[in-house]
Design a protein around this ligand. Structure first.
Ligand code: IDP
Ligand code: MG
Length: 140
């Protein structure tokens, strides 16, 4: 298994409920290392650009509003097979369908306010990591 990096975002529903530590514990308990992390307020432009792939979806406008409704924690997670491993730790997009013990099963409020983002491929991970971090901000 290759050591990979993936982008994670702790979303506003979770930062508002003070769940950053509990969510980070899930990553660390499951073999991922937080090698970069910052708490930021996304601008509308940033949120639109980050989720541009969903621009044609009916939920896009609401998603952008949600993502700027409070602070987010953007982070780089590193570990064996980190992209797929993080998706497993996160659980399904819809918390009603998420496996027991996953972040979304335990913490998400609904299909939109679902507590975390995680890159869905190694290729997108590289693009998304560089969206928020420069190489010298990531310390493995
Ligand atoms: P993912 O976050 O599990 O990769 P995506 O399909 O990439 O899911 O969707 C991006 C984000 O858009 C989701 O995490 C969620 O916040 C929101 N979203 C996805 N599907 C819906 C929906 O049907 N209604 C409202 N929001 C949605
Ligand atoms: Mg996605």
């Amino acid at each position: 298994m290759a050591v990979e990096r993936t982008l994670s975002i702790i979303k506003p529903d979770a930062t508002k409920r003070n769940l950053t530590g509990k969510i980070n514990q899930k990553f660390e308990d499951n073999g991922l290392r937080i090698v970069a992390q910052k708490r930021i307020q996304l601008t509308e432009d940033q949120a639109k650009k980050f989720y541009a792939v969903h621009a044609e979806r009916p939920f896009y406008k609401d998603l952008v509003s949600f993502m700027i409704s409070g602070p987010v924690v953007v982070q780089v997670l590193e570990g064996d097979d980190a992209v797929a491993q993080n998706r497993k730790i996160m659980g399904a997009t819809n918390p009603a369908e998420a496996d027991e013990g996953t972040i979304r099963a335990e913490f998400a409020e609904n299909i939109e306010a679902n507590s975390v983002h995680g890159s869905d491929s190694a290729e997108n991970a590289a693009i998304e990591v560089s969206f928020f971090f420069s190489e010298n901000e990531i310390v493995g």
